[in-house]
Design a protein around this ligand. Sequence first.
Ligand code: NDP
Ligand code: 2IT
Length: 457
Amino acid sequence: MTTEVFCNDKLAKEYIDNVFATLKAKNAHQLEFLQAVEEIFISLVPVFAQNPAYIQHNILSRIVEPDRIVSFRVAWQDDKNQVQVNRGFRVQYNNVIGPYKGGLRFHPTVNESIMKFLAFEQIFKNALTGQPIGGGKGGSDFNPKGKSDAEIMRFCQAFMTELYRYIGPDVDVPAGDIGVGAREVGYLWGQYKRIRGAYEAGVLTGKKPGYGGSLARKEATGYGLVYFVSEMLQEANQSFLNKTVVVSGSGNVAIYAIEKAQHFGAKVVACSDSAGYIYDPEGINLKVVKEIKELKGDRISTYLKYRPNAEYHEGCTGIWTIPCDIALPCATQNEINGESARKLISNGTKVVAEGANMPSDLEAINEFLAADILFGPGKAANAGGVAVSALEMAQNSGRNYWSFQEVDEKLHRIMKSIYAESKEAAEKYGYSGNLVVGSNIAGFIKVAEGMLAEGVY
Ligand code: NDP
Ligand code: 2IT
C-alpha cells in the first residue's frame, strides 16, 4: 500500500534532476545516450508533479537502466580469408508493453552509447504506436561499405550465431536500421532458422515479402513520416501540395519519404548521403535515386550523370542552407545543430519532422520550438517503421499475409493516432502545440503505468 503524497513542479524537477545527475555520473562518456535521456526528462516535469506515485515507485531510476545489455565478439572471414573481428550489441531496455523490439544498425560508429540512446528512445516510440512491443536495439561496428555480398552474408551469419540465444518471437525481435535492410535481415533469418531448427518467422521483421515479410514494411517509415506531417499541416490548414521539401539521407527512410511527399504533390529538391548532397531545383528524380542507392549501392554524387543540371556539394550540413518549406532529416543523429536550425528558420522553413532518430540536437530543437516551427520529433514521426514491424509480427503469428493496401491503411491510422495522442498529451499538461513534450509524455505514461501494474522488480 502506498499513501498519497503531495508533489509540485519544484519537487518533480528536483527528483528528475537527481536521477539525471546520478545517471550522468555513471555514464559520463555516453554523450548520445545522455542527450536522448535529457530530452525526455525535460518533458516529464509536469507528469511527475501530477503523479507522485511515479516518484514513490522511483519509476525514472528504473526506466533509465536497461534490463540488460549483451555485447559479443563477431569473428568472420573476409574474401581474402583474413579473419576480421567486430563487436556486436543487443540492448534489451524495457519489455513492459511487449517483447523487446528495435532495429539492428551496422555502422562503424556503433558503440554502447549509440545503442543505448536508440534503445531508450525506442521504448517510448514503440509505446506510442499502440502495438504490443517493448524497447530494444542492437547492431555492430561492422562497416558494410565496400563489402561483397558473400562477406555481408558471412558477417550476418556470424552475428546471428551469437545473437540467436538472446532473441525469440516472444522475447526480442530485431529488424533493420542503418546498414541493415531486407538483404541482411534475410541472411540473419536464415541463420536463426538453421540454428533453431524451427520456422519462427516472428523473430525478425523487415523480411522480404513472400518469405515471412510484410508488404509495406520497406515503405513504412518514410510513408509514415509523411502521413504524420500531413496531420501537422492539416492542423494549420495546409498540405504537401506545391510545398518545397528537403530530405537528408538517401537510404530506406529518405527514399520512401520522398516517394510519398511527391505523391502528395510536393517538390522534393534535395537529398544526400554521408559524403554530400544533391540539389535538383526541378525536383528530384526518384527513379534515379532508387537506381543509384537501391540497385547499385553507389554514391549520391553519381546522380549528376543522369541529371546534369542538378548540383552536387560535398559535406552533409550544407543541405540545410537550401530554402524549403518542409525539412525532413532522414539520415542520422545530430545532423542538425543550432546553426543549421537557425539557417532553416531564417530561410522561411515552416515544418521540420524527423525521419531519423535524434537528427536534431537539443539546441536545434530549442531553436525550432522558440521560432514556432511545426516540429515533429522522431519518436512520433518515424514510428511507422516499427509499427509495421509489429504488424509483421501479427501476420507471422496468425500465419497469414495482409495486402499492401491493408497494411498501408493500418499504418496511416496508427500515424494519425500517434499525432492525436501526442497533441492531446501536450495540451493536457500545459504545452499546447509542443509535440516533443506531448509525444514524450504520451509514450512515457503508457510504460510507467505498466511498470506500476507489474510491481517492483
Ligand atoms: P540506411 O542505411 O538505409 O540509410 C542511411 C542514410 O543516411 C544513407 O543515405 C547514409 O549515407 C546516410 N548516413 C548514415 N550515416 C550517416 C552519417 N554519419 N552522416 C551522414 N549521413 C549518414 O538507413 P535508414 O534509412 O534505415 O535509417 C536512417 C535513419 O532513420 C536512422 O537514424 C535510423 O535510425 C532511422 N530510422 C530507421 C527506420 C527504419 O525502418 N529503417 C525506422 C525509424 C528510424 P551513406 O549511404 O553514405 O552511408
Ligand atoms: O528506429 C526504428 O524504429 C527502427 N529502426 C525500426 C525498428 C523495427 O523494429 O522495425
